[in-house]
Ligand binder design. Structure first.
Ligand code: NAD
Ligand code: IPM
Ligand code: MN
Length: 360
């Protein structure tokens, strides 16, 4: 038996609902693969603000550092949107990513044949899409200095953020992207705004220089506006996409919608060493929180990514992914994916169907 300590950060909104399903799925597969999970809950986001007055308590970061991996659901909600920035739930998440050095965020968007009709795009456009967004996660405009709301000499308020990347930051995400592409279809598309931004010029130059070390990978470049358009025009042209923090945030929500729902997209956030964070791409969905309507599959598939990328248990990861496919094949859908002829289920019932599959 292999024992793992998993920090569990359920967070806000639909977070606790999808976390419960995900932990039950992990408990269900544990015996079959001789795994022994110790789930250690910790506070992050709005619930942490309410309980202890800050969005990332030191105890949470410490508990994550002591763990083999971190499973995170989602944070945020209108209740905390008017707090000063250091006290906002989102700041807690950003501090967690920075604190653990998680510069590489992998966001795979794969169209499952069962969900082709759930996409808002035509079936022939999305059929066969299988792409990976590699998003830089601890730099760029999210972290650049100076930042703030300042007062100009004329007494006017002026909001400032700074998009900045060092060559070192670009190179290390570039390496992850090339390595990722190498294990896929060996096509890497770098997305930037080099026609306008110096930071993107450096990004493009470094990626181009790096490509000499990966002659087996085909590197192309797109401007971000065109990339957004191409993602909905003909998404099948993409294999691996690498981009900065803000562009990656936006493009991965677009990629999510190709799969039918943002409730399907998992992610893995990895650093050079130490535990990774595994979390859905979506947020806390306050509009459906507490109604048993949330799609738990993005978090369940994030747990599969945890097994594959964080714990080196690929067989257990595959078992979860196959159970997900089987449940969709049987027609079970949460409301975000519902199409004619399918069986509408809530978050909990979706979890029960998954468990039934895994314990057949
Ligand atoms: P959101 O992703 O929470 O929701 C967008 C839309 O998608 C909503 O209509 C929601 O109901 C739906 N949706 C999202 N996840 C779903 C799921 N699993 N099943 C079914 N439907 C789902 O984005 P938002 O509304 O812009 O943000 C809400 C809060 O979440 C904000 O506070 C935001 O900062 C935060 N947020 C957190 C994360 C994170 O924790 N990683 C990510 C994005 C947004
Ligand atoms: C995401 C979210 C976060 C981000 C927010 C909540 C800080 O949108 O994980 O995609 O922008 O990275
Ligand atoms: Mn986002």
């Amino acid at each position: 038996t292999t024992a793992y300590r998993i920090a569990v950060l359920a967070g806000d909104g639909i977070g606790p609902e999808i976390t419960e399903v995900t932990l039950n799925v992990l408990r269900a597969i544990a015996p079959r693969f001789n795994l022994d999970f110790e789930f250690v809950p910790a506070l992050i986001g709005g619930c942490a603000i309410d309980a202890v007055g800050e969005p990332l308590p030191a105890a949470t970061l410490e508990s994550c550092r002591q763990s083999d991996a971190v499973l995170l659901a989602a944070i945020g909600g209108t209740k905390w949107d008017t707090l000063p920035r250091p006290l906002r739930p989102e700041t807690g998440l950003l501090k967690l990513r920075a604190g653990l050095g998680l510069f590489a965020n992998l966001r795979p968007a794969k169209i499952l044949p069962q969900l082709i009709n759930a996409s808002s795009l035509k079936p022939e456009v999305v059929a066969g899409v299988d792409l990976m967004v590699v998003r830089e996660l601890t730099g760029g405009i999210y972290f650049g200095q100076p930042r703030g709301i300042f007062t100009t000499e004329s007494g006017e308020a002026r909001g400032v953020n700074t998009m900045a990347y060092t060559a070192t930051e670009v190179d290390r995400i570039g390496q992850v992207a090339f390595e990722t592409a190498r294990k896929r279809q060996r096509k890497l598309c770098s997305v930037d705004k080099a026609n306008v931004l110096e930071v993107s010029q450096l990004w493009r130059d470094r990626l181009t220089a790096l490509s000499a070390e990966y002659p087996d990978v085909e590197l192309t470049h797109l401007y971000v506006d065109n990339a957004a358009m191409q993602l909905v025009r003909s998404p099948k042209q993409f294999d691996t996409i690498v981009t900065g923090n803000l562009f990656g945030d936006i493009l991965s929500d677009i990629a999510a919608m190709l799969t039918g729902s943002i409730g399907m997209l998992p992610s893995a956030s990895l650093g050079a060493s130490g535990p990774g964070v595994f979390e859905p791409v979506h947020g806390s969905a306050p509009d459906i929180a507490g109604q048993d309507k949330a799609n738990p599959l993005a978090m369940v598939l994030s747990a599969a990514m945890m097994l594959r990328y964080g714990l080196n248990q690929p067989a257990a990861a595959t078992a979860i992914e196959q159970a997900t496919l089987a449940v969709l094949e049987q027609g079970y859908r949460t409301s975000d994916l519902m199409t004619e002829g399918c069986i509408l289920v809530g978050c909990q019932a979706m979890g029960e169907q998954l468990i039934a599959q895994l314990t057949l």
